[in-house]
Design a protein around this ligand. Structure first.
Ligand code: DCM
Ligand code: DCM
Ligand code: ZN
Length: 264
């Protein structure tokens, strides 16, 4: 996701964590404002483009070697790769957090990776997660990965500042608590297990990867390549983007609560 997606996920989590979790993370991050998670949620994106952080680039995704649109699935042993992947990253940071004291960079990293695993094209190998599939969006030349990360969320919300993220998060938090997601939200935590981060994160990866077949490219690459996707395609994609952002925020809150308090 781009800045808007990550910051929205962070604000949803901020709205949902326990007060013990909030106090703990505000202290670690040295920020007692309500923006303590949102302002660090894109740090890992900046870091991976620095010389010191090049090693971390593969930790933002897992390249499923499946065959969309006819067959979608992610397998840890087949797809994680020798340089690591987002599932291994969530496992490593979680175990580090449990075995030693929590550092600010661990928190920043966790916030980012739980978000990214919910972007369907971060769970897909084909054409570098869609980065090599050229498309246009409202006349702008871009690629399929980028419109899922950025163009579609920004068109929907109308901006990408912290205030835009905060208001989208308020809407989605309300949907979770008392609206359209209320009846299903508890099931988003099915199988969540702090002591088995790989199985937990793989279930999130498989759920997101399934949208590659159903929504991202249901009719294959040729149906989207060199096509403007700001019309019907966008209309069909947006409910999936909203659902995935809501799930990511809800699960991030639960994961942070598990780390701090041992229960969700
Ligand atoms: N950014 C974004 N959406 C945009 C433009 C930029 O999320 N429409 C992000 C990407 C970078 C940061 O903002 O992380 C700064 O981008 P730039 O320097 O390209 O303006
Ligand atoms: N990306 C991905 N899968 C890949 C390669 C990249 O999901 N195999 C993601 C990471 C960034 C975006 O695509 O969100 C652009 O990557 P880069 O900046 O490395 O081109
Ligand atoms: Zn991306």
């Amino acid at each position: 996701w781009g800045e808007l997606g990550h910051q929205t996920i962070a604000y949803i989590a901020t709205n949902l964590v326990s007060s013990a979790t909030q106090t703990k993370f505000q202290s670690i991050l040295g920020d007692t404002s309500g923006d303590y998670l949102a302002t660090v949620s894109t740090w890992a994106d900046t870091y991976r483009y620095t010389d010191a952080g090049t090693w971390s680039a593969p930790l933002h995704f897992i390249d499923a070697n499946d065959s969309p649109p006819s067959s979608c699935d992610v397998e840890y042993s087949r797809d994680c790769g020798s340089t690591g992947c987002v599932v291994a990253a969530i496992k490593n940071y979680t175990s580090r957090v449990s075995s030693t004291s929590l550092s600010a960079s661990d928190v920043k990293t966790a916030a980012k990776f739980v978000g990214d695993i919910h972007q369907p094209l971060h769970d897909e190998n084909l054409d570098l997660g869609g980065n090599e599939i050229d498309v246009t969006f409202g006349g702008t030349s871009t690629n399929l990965h980028h419109i899922w990360d950025t163009n579609m969320p920004e068109k929907y919300v109308g901006g990408y500042g912290l205030s835009d993220a905060k208001s989208w998060a308020a809407t989605l938090t309300k949907s979770i608590k008392t609206g359209s997601y209320e009846s299903e939200a508890a099931s988003w935590l099915d199988g969540i297990e702090l002591s088995d981060a790989v199985t937990t994160a793989m279930s999130w990866a498989n759920e997101a990867n399934a949208y590659v077949c159903s929504t991202v490219m249901p009719d294959g690459i040729s149906a989207v390549e060199d096509t403007d996707l700001s019309g019907t395609y966008y209309t069909k994609a947006m409910p999936v983007i909203e659902l995935q952002i809501a799930r990511a925020g809800y699960r991030l809150a639960a994961w942070l609560d598990l780390i701090v308090t041992g229960s969700t």
